[in-house]
Design a protein around this ligand. Structure first.
Ligand SMILES: [Zn+2]
Ligand SMILES: [Zn+2]
Length: 373
């Protein structure tokens, strides 16, 4: 809707008003005539439309130039860049609170860096420290991260007025929906680099080899992601850094199987040891073995619980248990004498099974243990 109205008169401004004055005046008037504050007032609505249109033109250097030259602008209306809405939104946030969406020019934050962290069960049990070395984008040393060869402060992007977002009106009538999109001209950064730094091509970033000490707390689990704030890539033109995300990869252990905070240790003992009883040395993650008494007549597959010798629970002082499952050892090879000994045993009724199946299976026993923990 090209207009022949005097935009300067609508806003009550002189022809040489600067952009700050235009913005300030518009804010004041828009707030005064905003339909939210004047429900059902047709006159206020008309007035608000007028001042919005005037601002839309006068706040845009290109449109204002056209308007000053030709007295009208070809493309005012729905379906195109609409910076004024942004100001209204901002203003309403300021005055009435509530919405947290920021549309101020903002430094683009850096990207997160993801690394995997291979840990042994011993390291998980104790917690550990690591010195990580990785490639990281940091502020370009040639331009101090500004992206400008002369380290000049960047100019605001003309397309989005420095907000990094452009607003589009969708739908007709007065109560249109406003849709925000990343500014196509500055990629959302809100700035334009006049003299790009030749080293970083204006990004303000430089790839470096970075070293970071990390403290890994005890009890982490495979797949867990630990995040270290600010240790990711630096944002373009001194934007805030992203995070370092460390994904825990637990290495398989030669002795123990992990089940949450519990550890399972399987061991094989001689048949006479289960029948007559014995004492086993059971290894632990700390390297100090513990003694485990096997009573006479212990069935094969029995599970013993050694309390507190499992893994620490993440973020807690509690510890899991060490579950020891004992199996009878079946020798793979026998001498003639061994065979004679066993044949004699086989004939002895004492060694004949009293029942076909044990009361509980191997897996049931383990399951029962987990059920209790
Ligand atoms: Zn822009
Ligand atoms: Zn640079």
């Amino acid at each position: 809707m090209p207009s022949d109205r005097d935009y300067y008169a609508i806003l009550g401004l002189s022809r040489d008003a600067d952009i700050e004055t235009i913005k300030r005046t518009y804010r004041r008037l828009a707030l005064q005539y905003h339909p939210d504050r004047n429900p059902g007032n047709k006159e206020a609505e008309e007035r608000f439309k007028e001042i919005s249109e005037a601002y839309e033109v006068l706040s845009d250097p290109e449109k204002r130039r056209q308007y000053d030259l030709f007295g009208q602008v070809g493309s005012v209306g729905a379906g195109h860049t609409d910076p004024f809405s942004q100001v209204v939104e901002e203003m309403f946030e300021q005055f009435f609170g509530g919405r947290t969406r920021t549309r101020r020019p903002q430094a683009t934050p850096g990207e997160d860096i993801q690394l995997t962290l291979e840990l042994t069960l011993e390291e998980i049990a104790q917690g550990t420290r690591r010195t990580l070395t990785y490639a990281r984008q940091e502020a370009c040393s040639a331009c101090g991260g500004t992206g400008s060869a002369s380290r000049r402060a960047p100019a605001p992007c003309a397309t989005c007025g420095g907000s990094g977002q452009v607003a589009y009106r969708v739908g007709g009538g007065f109560f249109q929906q406003i849709v925000y999109q990343t500014c196509p001209d500055c990629g959302g950064t809100g700035v334009r680099i006049v003299d790009p730094c030749p080293v970083c091509s204006g990004t303000g970033l430089e790839l470096t080899t970075y070293t970071q000490e990390v403290e890994i707390p005890p009890g982490v689990a495979d797949g867990m992601i630990l995040s270290l704030q600010g240790a990711g890539h630096r944002g373009p033109r001194n934007g805030p850094p992203g995070d370092l995300l460390l994904q825990v990869v637990e290495q398989p252990h030669p002795t123990f199987v992990r089940e949450g905070e519990n550890l399972i240790y399987e061991t094989w003992v001689a048949y006479p040891d289960l029948v007559l009883g014995t004492t086993l040395e059971v290894p632990t993650l700390t390297g100090v073995p513990v003694s485990l008494r096997i009573e006479a007549g212990t069935p094969s597959g029995e599970v013993f619980r050694i309390a507190g010798k499992g893994l620490p629970r993440y973020g807690s002082r509690k510890r899991g248990d060490l579950l020891v499952q004992v199996h009878v050892w079946i020798p793979p090879k026998l001498s003639r004498a061994d065979k004679e000994l066993l044949s004699a045993m086989r004939k002895n009724p004492t060694f004949q099974p009293a029942q076909k199946r044990p009361e509980r299976s191997f897996f049931q026993k383990l399951r029962d243990f987990f059920g209790k923990s």
